[in-house]
Design a protein. Structure first.
Length: 186
């Protein structure tokens, strides 16, 4: 089906039409993002944000002069720019141990920090809403694909992607909040 017709169907609430749009454009948009974002995980997060924003913005589309691909790429470009602005405002700190090849694997400090991060994530996992916990459990602990997770939860793959994005963001926010509280205590 022609993309602008799919967009109109999606605008009118047809979730399957939006899933078809996702299937047609996700790899193209992802490649576009990867041209500007080096880290694959960050690029995947941005891809999810692009489709969440586009889904939320469907109501503002005007079917008469619609150029849906251009609109979608504009959202992608703006989302990339937002990410880069945020990234440059908060530069990544590099541990001096990361600059050297340690033959025995991780340094004791790195091992302690990794274990601490996992323990912290596990603590906050239980604070997530039940649906978020289910999606994270199925996707990352049981290593199911998005489609398998959707089948397991009797949901759509788009809904799983959205819940996964929100759960990861919430978990990240909780961990950052805890980290800032610890830093203020010192």
């Amino acid at each position: 089906m022609e993309i602008n017709k799919l967009a109109v169907l999606a605008k009118n609430g047809d979730v399957q039409a939006f899933e078809e749009i996702y299937e047609q454009f996700s790899s193209k948009i992802f490649n576009y993002i990867r041209m500007k974002i080096q880290h694959r995980q960050e690029a995947e997060d941005i891809l999810q944000e692009v489709f969440i924003k586009s889904y939320k913005g469907l109501g503002s589309l005007r079917p008469g002069k619609l150029n849906f691909p251009a609109w979608l790429y504009t959202i992608a470009g703006n989302t990339i720019n937002d990410h880069l602005r945020k990234h440059y405002r908060q530069p990544e700190m590099v541990n001096i141990d990361d600059c050297f090849d340690i033959s025995a694997g991780q340094s004791p400090h790195q091992e302690l920090m990794a274990k601490s991060d996992l323990e912290t994530a596990a603590e906050y996992f239980n604070e997530l809403p039940e649906r978020h916990r289910k999606v994270i459990d199925l996707r990352f602990f049981k290593e199911l694909s998005v489609n398998e997770t959707a089948l397991e939860l009797n949901s759509t793959s788009l809904a799983v992607r959205i819940v996964q994005y929100r759960a990861r963001k919430k978990l990240r926010d909780l961990m950052e909040k805890a980290e800032s509280v610890v830093e203020m205590a010192h």
